[in-house]
Design a protein around this ligand. Structure first.
Ligand code: PEP
Ligand code: MN
Length: 337
């Protein structure tokens, strides 16, 4: 359910509604808006408490939310969410996050951070803990990788996005990262999502490789329902019969997610195609489709990368791609960050 306060409701009236919701054994989630406050309610199994809430002073209406996900839905939160991260924001404009698949050593990650900052990119993504299909593939540098990421931020001021794979390492990653990435394989790892619902950093939640939009938004709901309202969704391609690309980048989900949810949604054209040569076209398409940004793999020497070299852009190609996005963004009236 959703309690909509009237536009002139006083803070003590809002507090009283929050208190009453708690007394009923439910969980209140106040959502301040530009004109009025709404209070999302989770934990209720039906509309039976509606009457007691609708009578409280300052309450305009109590709405039964029909979407299976509540806090994630636009029904509950009509205004689009913009998430401040490091020196930038995600939501509203078009925010580029770049970097290698894996942190491989100190020099390459700092070199990539310097390159990106010079190009105006404010967020560096690099994996220290890597979920690899084969146990024999490079698994990431772990804590050493986190140290290099921290150093890259220290030396360049760039914000850090990195993947968290399990509950045990979450605290360590939370200390270093500005945004915690949940990979496609972990989208429905519910203990991990519950842990991240208590994190004080935004979560970048990739779409499961076979997840429907409802399953994806329900996974996000796990994070919001525990009190972390900062979730960025990321489309990274799904499994289909097609084998001309690594995955099938499902850009059709962008307007759908924007209709159903207030959360920002970005696109990963690197895992979405698996081939660097197709990344610029799909990045342009993501921008045109209304995505709020990109997560794109960039490597100083893709041919030497320890993971995902085939789909990583080198610095020159990244620069050219960034240039070619500009006129499209201008035509759409979207700011590239
Ligand atoms: C990655 O971002 O490098 C990664 C492993 O992505 P995904 O979880 O989408 O496969
Ligand atoms: Mn990768």
């Amino acid at each position: 359910m959703l309690v909509v306060m009237n536009a002139h409701a006083e803070q003590d009236q809002i507090d009283a509604v929050v208190e009453r919701i708690r007394e009923l054994g439910l969980v209140p989630h106040p959502i301040p808006g530009s004109t009025r406050t709404a209070i999302g309610i989770t934990g209720n199994r039906g509309p039976e408490n509606r009457d007691t809430l609708v009578m409280l002073p300052g309450v305009e209406d109590v709405i039964v939310v029909t979407a299976p996900y509540k806090l994630v839905s636009r029904e509950v939160h009509p205004e689009s969410t913009i998430i401040p991260v490091a020196d930038t924001e995600i939501g509203g404009g078009f925010t580029i996050i770049g970097g290698p698949c894996s942190v491989e050593n100190e020099e390459m990650i700092i070199g990539t951070a310097r390159f990106l900052i010079e190009r105006g990119v404010k967020l560096l993504r690099g994996g220290a803990y890597k979920p690899r299909t084969s146990p024999y593939s490079f698994q990431g540098l772990g804590e050493e990788g986190l140290k290099y990421l921290a150093k890259a931020r220290e030396e360049t001021g760039i914000g850090i996005v990195t993947e968290v794979m399990d509950v045990e390492s979450a605290a360590r990653i939370e200390d270093v990262a500005d945004v915690l990435q949940v990979g496609t394989r972990n989208m429905q790892n519910y203990p991990l999502l519950r842990r991240l619902s208590k994190a004080n950093k935004p979560i970048l939640l990739k779409r499961g490789m076979a997840a429907t939009v409802d399953e994806w938004l329900m996974a996000a709901e796990y994070i919001l329902s525990g009190g972390n309202y900062q979730v960025i969704l990321c489309e990274r391609g799904v499994r289909t019969f097609a084998d001309h690309t690594r995955n099938t980048l499902d850009l059709s989900i962008i307007p759908v997610v924007k209709h159903l949810s207030h959360l920002p949604v970005i696109v990963d054209p690197s895992h979405g195609t698996g081939k660097a040569e197709y990344v610029p076209a799909m990045s342009m398409a993501a921008l045109a489709a209304g995505a709020h940004g990109l997560l794109v793999e960039v490597h100083p020497e893709p041919e030497r990368a320890m993971s995902d070299g085939m789909q990583s852009l080198d610095f020159d190609t990244f620069t050219k791609m960034q240039q070619s996005l500009k006129p499209v963004a201008a035509a759409l009236g979207v700011e590239i960050r």
